[in-house]
Design a protein around this ligand. Sequence first.
Ligand code: ZN
Length: 510
Amino acid sequence: MTSKTETSAAPDAYAQLVSHARETGLFAGILGLLDWDERTKMPQAAGPHRADQIAFLAGQIHRRQTDPRLGELLGELAATDLAADPHSDAGANIRLLQRDYDKKTRLPQELVEELSRLSVLGQQVWSAARADDDFPRFLPVLEQTIALKRQEAAALGYDDTPYDALLDEYEPGESTANVARALGGLRDALAPLVEQIVGSQQGPSNEIMLRDFPKDAQEAFGIEAAAAIGFDFAAGRLDDTVHPFCATAGPRDVRLTTRYNERDFGDAFFSILHEAGHGLYEQGLLGEHCGLPIGEATSLGVHESQSRMWENQVGRSRAFWRFMTPKAQQHFPAALAGVSAEDMYRAVNTVAPSLIRVDADEVTYNLHICIRFDLEKQLIEGDLAARDLPEAWRAAYQRLLGVTPPNDAQGVLQDVHWSGGSFGYFPTYALGNLYAAQFFAQAARDLGDLDEQFARGEFQPLLDWLRTKIHRHGRRYSAAELAQRITGKPLSHDDWLAQNTAKYGELYQL
Ligand code: ZN
């Protein structure tokens, strides 16, 4: 075949490729909706049939992603003009679909099925083991999971460590060494800051947060706040769940969820802002690219940077509470009578080392992640035996946070991730915090006085900036490329540390 013929055949092959990917995307949206329903509205008795439905759809998606016809189309397109620029619409789609196809087809079907079976079993065993504080019951299935994840890494291939292959699933293109560098630097700088905060006698109190906050009023206020920062409730909704998450059923259908604690205002409020941050990213992806790589989020770390920015850099700022406090008082006239904006700002920014990751404050949260990253890397690299994990966990908590879990339920058994085989996921939480700070520092340089804007309830300039710089590109740029393009430097903990040292230095009079 001459190159002329190849080029003229390319548009047809590309149209078929796009059509194939879009149809796979339709399945993925249906799966997202079923998953959302399972975790919010589904009657309990529907569980077994729902599991069949989800397994069936996941199988269909996997079959489509490994379809030899997809490989042929990608092969036809590889050397054409359409693929020449890796960051053009077509070039990015071809490059990333090829990347996904290569990864999926490297995994033997038996291993995929075994991993999926063990993930379901692992979560069931973990749930029971956590309820009974019984790590030994969880140990055999954890050992099997680690062994399979090592097989998975070997099948996928890696340069330095098997952990690279697993990390790539959540943070494409990122390396273990680079994450270890960023988190190691953060941990070393963070430990003395936490020590100073704990030693301070001058810190704020969270007493205001622990008053009576009726559920219905919390929901109404949460919706008002999410709408204020730009979440479009004509293209999304908020529902109750047990473990808050954000699910996407389609480009104009983004589902936020939360849970309410009537004696702790912060629980639901900041989880709503957090999930709304994820939702804003999903609503900011371009619907015309739905189902294609350039219409998908680029990494979990970047996703988390969006949720964390709205939760922390915006939602825990003094300016935000100057705008929000009078509105909060309309929803909670009894609890917040006589409370000033400054009182609210101080109450939502208390720091205290704790045992549980999901309850951690803005400052100590990253230490919980550093501990998990370090341990799971050792588990996958074979430097730590699973049976020694509880002791290693306790030692790390004592060393970094100064607290020791009284049992494994509040220690090594607290998170679901490892039971489902999600090794390589944890660091994306901390990467999200670092990217949030780095992007926010640049937004502040680009947009002028953000505090003045927030105090007036103007969040659109920041949202537009995020839409232009991040959301509309989908996966066109990796997380590392976005950081470089937007901020002119690679991933770093500098901005996070500067922002938090200044903020908590003032609050705790350090
Ligand atoms: Zn999140």
